[in-house]
Design a protein around this ligand. Structure first.
Ligand code: ZN
Length: 208
């Protein structure tokens, strides 16, 4: 099964992706990881400079990565980010069987991001929907957690507004596809355990 997880920054895409990958035994990838593994020197140069690659480069790099690593089934989060990218992905053999949209209001996204806690080990928590078991201590590695300093209120608002400008086109596109059940819209204002349970139930319904 090929799954894409769509949602704004702070919607829980990465966390849901990891949980689904573990329970469905499907590889979890992100476009950022795929680009960093690229064998194309130009791609590496672009991302090292902190620039965005073109939509064409993104899809070509993703296709090459999946083919080289013989990956048939995957979960990708944060891609596609635009309608154009969604159309391009759909034109390949890697078009998603399921697109999961984590629907969260702007207010909730903002409040989650300003209360986001990150750990050096890569784990991410926030004080609202995914609290660590012990205050400010990582559940995974037990190190002390810190608030993310790059998440200023302005950059958070920018990231959310870019997302919101693009998401409706993507959702309409998946909604209008002839194949059934391609789009699952999930209320992701709930905590991540609940979101995960709901998504698993829906996926089981589809695959039954
Ligand atoms: Zn940790």
């Amino acid at each position: 099964m090929k799954i894409t997880i769509l949602g704004g920054p702070g919607s829980g895409k990465g966390t849901l992706g990891s949980l689904l990958a573990e329970h469905l035994s499907i590889k979890h990838i992100s476009l950022g990881h795929v680009l960093r593994q690229s064998k194309n020197a130009d791609v590496i140069k672009t991302i090292t400079a902190g620039q965005l690659v073109s939509d064409e480069t993104a899809i070509e790099t993703l296709q090459a990565y999946l083919a080289d690593n013989r990956i048939d089934d995957f979960i990708i989060d944060g891609y596609p980010r635009t309608l154009n990218q969604a159309k391009m992905l759909d034109a390949t053999i890697n078009k998603p069987d399921v697109a999961i949209y984590l629907n969260v209001s702007t207010d909730i996204l903002e409040s989650r991001l300003v209360t986001r806690l990150t750990c050096a080990c890569g784990a991410i928590f926030n004080l609202i929907s995914k609290r660590p078991a012990l205050n400010y201590i990582c559940d995974v590695c037990k190190q002390e957690l810190s608030l993310r300093l790059d998440d200023t209120v302005d950059t958070i608002k920018d990231r959310i507004s870019i997302f919101e400008r693009n998401i409706d086109g993507i959702l309409d596109f998946y909604d209008m596809q002839a194949r059934e059940n391609v789009l699952l819209t999930i209320d992701a204002s709930q905590n991540i355990d609940t979101v995960f349970r709901v998504v698993m139930q829906q996926i089981e319904t589809i695959t039954r």
